[in-house]
Design a protein around this ligand. Structure first.
Ligand SMILES: [Mg+2]
Length: 161
């Protein structure tokens, strides 16, 4: 595996949200179907197909997995946890910084903790928003646009094999 770190956006990349931003949803989150949460107001969030398989595949590759999402930290972590996706993430960045700054923070923290230097070209980033992709590509990482470069998480797993 050429990549050492995989970073994913959340909204409209790993899941679909009725309100556009997952941190607009207020707990409690009720699991109404596998991979679907609903709030008491009737808002919902649904994992895209293949996300669990993608994460299982990456964990077998022994690469770092992280997140870069523009959302409020606390509700987002609760949703991740409800979906069983919060374990095994390395310094997930959920806040209001630019995506490329989030990636740099993840690299700095990994270097500090594990003494592992990851180069931009060893980073894979997936996001559904072109404005997030361009600066990360310019920095030197592989940044793919979900919905255009990658149409599904099953396709991504096949691409990486
Ligand atoms: Mg998004």
């Amino acid at each position: 595996m050429h990549y050492k770190l995989f970073v994913f956006d959340l909204d409209e990349t790993l899941w679909t949200v009725s309100e556009g931003l997952c941190s607009m949803l207020k707990p409690p989150f009720n699991m109404t179907a596998p991979d679907r949460l609903e709030t008491n107001e009737g808002f919902w969030i649904e994992l895209k197909p293949g996300v669990h398989k993608l994460f299982d595949f990456l964990k077998e590759q022994e690469v770092y997995i992280s997140l870069a999402s523009r959302n409020d930290h606390k509700p987002t972590m609760e949703i991740l946890s409800a979906f069983g996706l919060s374990d095994g993430l390395t310094y997930p960045q959920i806040g209001w910084k630019a995506k490329e700054d989030m990636l740099k923070i993840i690299l700095r923290r990994i270097k500090k903790r594990d003494k592992v230097t990851i180069k931009p070209e060893e980073v894979f980033f997936l996001d559904d928003w072109p404005d997030n992709i361009q600066p990360v590509r310019k920095w030197g990482a592989t940044a793919l646009l979900y919905g255009q470069d990658v149409l599904s998480h099953d396709e991504l797993v096949s691409m990486l094999q």
